[in-house]
Design a protein around this ligand. Structure first.
Ligand SMILES: Cc1ncc(COP(=O)(O)O)c(C=O)c1O
Length: 377
């Protein structure tokens, strides 16, 4: 957000406290948070139950790699039970770790080198969207597609025997046709490649079993992180035993992969998501926000569209010209000034701590903001 072109001078950059659906900047101003750390905060900031579980581990010593804590067994068993297709699980720290491990495993399993990917998949050499600092030999091994069957097939037709896996976010801003992921998976399999889902944003938010469960599709490997531990740093690869068995033929390890505090945080977060109506509430709050925004966009005749699934919504402004760009900029400046932290360029997130009143307040702020921008509409 801080580096965005949008309203550089009004966005608060330093925050002193976060609790539930709210953030307070260092000057003490409160914001309703729809960024939620880019997605991890699914229950609400500083959830006392999750933090207590992590603190218990910290108090009994939490750094003993290469040895493991029983939390590792408990968490891998839990992930195998809640994630569709979960036969084996390996725990890591970040989303980039998990996707990179998935790519390594796919290469081991297929004996091929190329990857076809879509969306933001992390910062490692094979995934980064910018060429600086990445050897062309590495870049040549990563291909991209347009997240539709025709475009994926065209890539496979070009390199029929060279692609180890298709690694993709299930969706980003747009709602996808319900059969889309099944189609992509079947093209990958037709050409002998693995299908890997990057569920960093969708996992534990679309449903307990993520986009796989929501769309009724099963990947060969799924990479998870973010909402898995309500903000504590942990990630996982979950999937087919024969594919994850490749771990024994390589070295994917890091000093901090064995941290039990994050595992305990994940165990508690996933249990709460499994045993309460948290995800259903996130959906209904998201629907309320999207419906209210749609009404406002129509009422004020704003050239913008409410897009996405309710737990991960977004307001996409059409920016055909400089005036439209100014309107978009001004809208996010006005909403921030009024205490709502939306992101101009990244999907938003809803947590189970947001309340109906927060959504109503947010919609009222959006209404005031559109009204105040009459000159630009
Ligand atoms: C869809 C997706 N994949 C991968 C990543 C990378 O995860 P991390 O930042 O934990 O390395 C992110 C993080 O923003 C993400 O949203």
């Amino acid at each position: 957000m801080a580096d965005s072109e949008e309203g550089r001078t009004v966005y608060p950059r330093y925050f002193g406290r976060a609790s539930g659906a709210y953030l307070w900047d260092v000057d003490g101003t409160r914001y309703i948070d729809y960024q939620l750390g880019y997605g991890p905060v699914v229950l609400g900031h500083a959830d006392a139950r999750v933090n207590a579980a992590a603190i218990r581990e910290l108090e009994s010593g939490s750094c003993f790699a290469p040895l493991w804590s029983p939390r590792q067994v408990e968490l891998t068993e839990m992930l195998n039970s809640v994630i569709p297709g979960g036969e084996l699980t390996y725990l890591l720290k970040t989303g980039s770790d998990a996707n990179s491990a998935a790519v390594r495993l796919a290469r081991i399993h297929t004996g091929r080198t190329k990857v076809v990917r879509w969306g933001y998949n992390g910062w490692h050499d094979w995934a980064v969207g910018l060429p600086a600092g990445v050897p062309s030999s590495v870049r040549d091994e990563t291909l991209t597609f347009e997240h539709d069957p025709a475009s994926l097939r065209a890539v496979f037709e070009r390199y029929p025997d060279e692609i180890a896996c298709v690694l993709t976010m299930p969706f980003e801003f747009e709602v996808i046709p319900p059969e889309r992921l099944k189609q992509l998976r079947s093209i990958a399999h037709e050409y002998g490649a693995l299908f890997v889902l990057d569920e960093m944003r969708s996992g534990f938010r679309m449903s307990l079993g993520g986009a796989q469960e929501y769309f009724g599709v099963q990947a060969d490997i799924v990479a998870l992180s973010k909402a898995m531990a309500n903000g504590h740093p942990i990630s996982a690869v979950v999937g087919r035993a024969d594919v994850l068995g490749g771990f024994s033929r390589t070295r994917i390890s890091s000093t901090f992969f064995a941290g039990p505090a994050e595992m305990a945080a994940a165990l508690t977060t996933i249990s709460i998501l499994r045993d309460t109506d948290a995800i259903a509430r996130i959906w209904s709050l998201g629907e309320k926000l999207q419906n209210g925004l749609r009404d406002l966009v129509a009422k004020y005749d704003v050239a913008a569209e409410v897009v996405g699934y309710p737990p991960i919504p977004f307001l996409r402004f059409a920016v055909p010209d400089e005036k439209a760009l100014q309107l978009r900029r001004a809208f996010f400046v006005e909403t921030t000034r009024r205490g709502i932290l939306l992101h101009p360029e990244h999907q938003w997130f809803i947590s189970a701590s947001h309340r109906d009143e927060d959504i109503e307040f947010t919609l009222d702020v959006c209404r005031q903001s559109f009204e105040s921008l009459a000159d630009l509409r």
